[in-house]
Write a protein that binds this ligand. Structure first.
Ligand code: MG
Ligand code: ZN
Length: 377
């Protein structure tokens, strides 16, 4: 009898500890970052802004931001933004957007159907802010922590009826003389059904070509195509590491000091994937990684004084909620209500000249209109 009781106690204790260790919705942060105190002076908004940096945290709703803030003991670089607003994100054909329609709204100012890459509801190509910037003599860049042919970056340079057409999207990179792009998706350029090797085309078009993120720091000028993974990149804690911060610094280095300025889009792509996976640890790690890149961008903008920074998201993912946390230790516990996207309004954070134009509640398409107006494009 005594043995049976012991056996039961052991089983109960084992079950309890197994439960606790499998609770991936409790995240204990161990990688804390400092937040730079930045000038909150008013910038000169009387003239057109020279540079625009749009940062998209895919799937980043207010709870994702707040979870990152809690994990970093109550502070994020994001908080250095001086003006905030909200966007409504619905697509042309429904209640809840996907990343393709969401990115097309930012890129070109049109509401379109889910899955659309840079085309309107009838399938007609719509000019993107990146293409407008290029046409106006600015340098241009795209940085993402997924494949560079994925929906969010693709909508700024490609025009295709469906987001899954990765090879057609890769081919569209040859149609715009973009200066810098950094992400995964190398196979979409080199291992294709049509047997065209667009890596050769890129070399012929004057690009430096690199295949791993460690090489980014050696590139100091010129055009760059950094295709640092065959397909999508791994998550931050599974091998991607500080790729996003390095890519952000490299893009700023290559685009800066140009008389006509630049347009750069930087995506924290995998906040969304953490939401789809319903993993608090995944969401928060990716949020913190994105915020470290935000720190580099805001520091650049504070010193440059001619750069408008907009930080927002295409939609919220996971119906994420925070149910516990500790600002002293950086612990945060999350909960999810769906494995899909949700329709809630999304915050917009702005810094630099014309940042005040981003306050209020407006459509996601107005991000395009406001950027275009601020830069006089
Ligand atoms: Mg995305
Ligand atoms: Zn998603």
């Amino acid at each position: 009898m005594k043995n049976i009781i012991c056996y039961c106690v052991v089983i109960i204790l084992f079950s309890l500890s197994a439960c606790a260790s499998q609770d991936e919705n409790v995240f204990q942060n161990t990688i804390f970052h400092d937040v730079l105190p930045l000038s909150k002076n008013e910038f000169n908004s009387d003239k057109n802004v020279k540079n625009i940096i749009l940062m998209i945290g895919d799937g980043m709703g207010i709870a994702q931001v707040h979870a990152g803030m809690t994990a970093n003991k109550g502070q994020l670089n994001l908080q250095n933004c001086t003006h905030t607003g909200f966007i409504r994100t619905y697509p042309s054909n429904g209640f809840i957007t996907d990343s393709a329609a969401g990115a097309t709204a930012f890129a070109s100012g049109v509401k379109t159907y889910n899955g659309a890459i840079g085309v309107d509801p009838e399938g007609n190509p719509v000019t993107s802010i990146l293409e407008l910037a290029k046409a106006n003599g600015k340098r241009t860049g795209l940085v993402a922590t997924c494949r560079i042919t994925h929906a969010t970056p693709a909508a700024f340079i490609s025009h295709q009826p469906q987001r899954g057409m990765y090879e057609e999207i890769a081919a569209d990179f040859m149609n715009t003389d973009i200066d810098v792009f950094i992400g995964g998706g190398r196979n979409n350029f080199s291992h294709r059904k049509d047997n065209i090797n667009y890596l050769d085309t890129l070399l012929n078009n004057g690009y430096q070509l690199i295949f791993n993120s460690d090489s980014l720091r050696y590139i100091s000028s010129g055009k760059l195509a950094a295709l640092i993974h065959d397909e999508d990149q791994p998550r931050f804690s599974e091998g991607r590491g500080n790729m996003l911060v390095g890519a952000t610094e490299t893009a700023l280095r290559l685009l800066n000091n140009h008389e006509n300025g630049f347009f750069l889009m930087i995506e924290g792509s995998q906040i969304d994937w953490g939401g789809h996976a319903n993993l608090t640890s995944y969401v928060v790690e990716e949020m913190l990684d994105f915020d470290r890149a935000i720190g580099k961008v805001l520091e650049f903008a504070a010193n440059n004084e001619e750069t408008l920074v907009i930080i927002t998201a295409d939609h919220e993912t996971g119906g994420f909620a925070i149910i516990n946390g500790d600002l002293e230790t950086g612990m945060v516990e999350g909960s999810f209500s769906t494995e899909g996207h949700t329709p809630v309004m999304i915050p917009v954070f702005a810094y630099g000249p014309h940042a005040k134009k981003f306050t209020g509640i407006y459509e996601n398409t107005a991000i395009f209109d406001k950027m275009k107006a601020a830069a006089g494009l």
